[in-house]
Design a protein around this ligand. Structure first.
Ligand code: FAD
Length: 333
């Protein structure tokens, strides 16, 4: 048995039925990009997820925690270690008075909708974000200039040794589209959110309005990872958001292999079919360079690239490493 087989067998003994080998990451990621993961685990309880953390702490192979991979670019070469998906197997929630307790794998639009149905207001802005609560907390995701951190009361995590502990909002270090959880090797298992009582009807109206606006603004049909680049407040003041800067650089519709800069919203890179991670990274390098030449601002990525060896970093850093000289602007199809 090879080492991936041994690792899968070891994990399977403790998590029967929850471990798979050679899972194509293109099949489980939003961008539909990525080669095979050696081992893929989907724990069915917080305890099992914590156990995976403890087992992997003793192993040389890398571990990556994923929700829905709606902010993650997997590599065409795949992943040499274990991917633990905290998703629908861990998606219970409970509403009490003005707070919601939920497991980290819950689908964010479902949670926003459930809060609205209970007459609780505060997370309407997350209704159109296609990810899990765990991923949203790590990224401090949100829209309308808000982040989920505003509503987080407490997060239950497991550390590398598999010990569970709680963090309050302050300890999560939330800032614009980031949190201190990004630099800690922890699994988010559960969270409690604090909301405000509101009018069910007006919350519903707000949710529908946000969804309608997003449908008109963002590409819906083809695989993508949402906004590729982060908005920089200085650049916003002088030039505008990344989408505008990319559009004004004349890059809308530009293709590299199967990847294309969306004609609807220039900060989205869509997979038109068969896009590779190199196609996406190539477009990222090119966009960054062209926008810099025109505006003097270097944009950084919100989307993060996972290398086959387990290095997770903003995708522009992987793009720069791959193309120290920016690629030529060729509209290859
Ligand atoms: C069409 C579209 C629209 C989008 N719109 C928005 C938007 O309006 N606002 C916005 O903020 N984002 C948006 N995004 C980006 C993305 O949906 C969010 O960042 C989302 O919160 C990521 O959740 P995820 O579960 O997919 O995370 P993943 O991509 O799976 O993971 C993101 C990060 O969180 C970590 N992680 C995930 N789960 C856990 C866990 N349980 N424990 C520890 N670490 C974990 C991963 O290791 C990774 O570092 C959009 C994406 C798409 C495809």
């Amino acid at each position: 048995m090879n080492s991936a087989g041994q690792l899968a067998a070891l994990l399977s003994r403790e998590l029967p039925g929850q471990v798979h080998e050679h899972v194509r990451l293109a099949d489980v990621s939003r961008w539909r990009i990525g080669g095979p993961a050696a081992v893929f685990v989907e724990p069915t309880s917080s305890k099992a997820a914590a156990r995976v953390m403890a087992i992997m702490a003793e192993r040389p192979e890398p571990l990556f925690l994923m929700g829905d991979a709606s902010n993650t670019l997997f590599d065409d070469a795949g992943f040499s270690g274990v991917i633990m998906r905290i998703g629908r197997n861990l998606s219970s929630y409970r509403i009490t008075s003005n707070s919601i307790w939920a497991q980290a794998g819950i689908w964010v639009p479902r949670l926003a909708s459930a809060a609205g149905d209970a007459g609780l207001s505060g997370i309407e802005h997350t209704i159109g974000i296609p990810g899990t609560l765990g991923g949203l907390i790590v990224m401090n995701g949100g829209s309308q200039r808000k982040g989920i951190g505003l509503n987080v009361k407490e997060v239950l995590c497991a550390d590398e040794a598999g010990h569970m502990f709680r963090l309050d909002r302050e300890a999560c270090g939330f800032a614009y589209r980031t949190s201190s959880l990004q630099s800690r090797r922890v699994a988010i298992l559960e969270a409690t959110l604090e909301l405000e009582h509101g009018q069910r009807r007006s919350i519903r109206r707000e949710l529908l309005g946000i969804l309608r606006e997003r449908r008109g603004k963002f590409p819906q049909k083809l695989p993508n990872c949402g906004s590729t680049f982060l908005s920089d407040p200085e650049m916003y003041k002088h030039i505008g958001p990344p989408g505008r800067a990319i559009e004004e650089a004349g890059l809308k519709g530009l293709r590299k292999g199967g990847a294309c800069i969306s004609a609807l919203h220039a900060n989205f890179i869509i997979n038109e079919g068969g896009a590779t991670s190199d196609d996406v990274l190539g477009l990222i390098a090119l966009i960054r360079n062209e926008v810099f030449q025109r505006t003097g601002y270097l944009m950084n990525c919100e989307v993060r690239h996972l290398s086959p060896e387990g290095r997770l970093r903003p995708a522009h850093e992987a793009a720069i490493e791959r193309w120290p000289e920016p690629p030529l602007r060729i509209a290859d199809s």
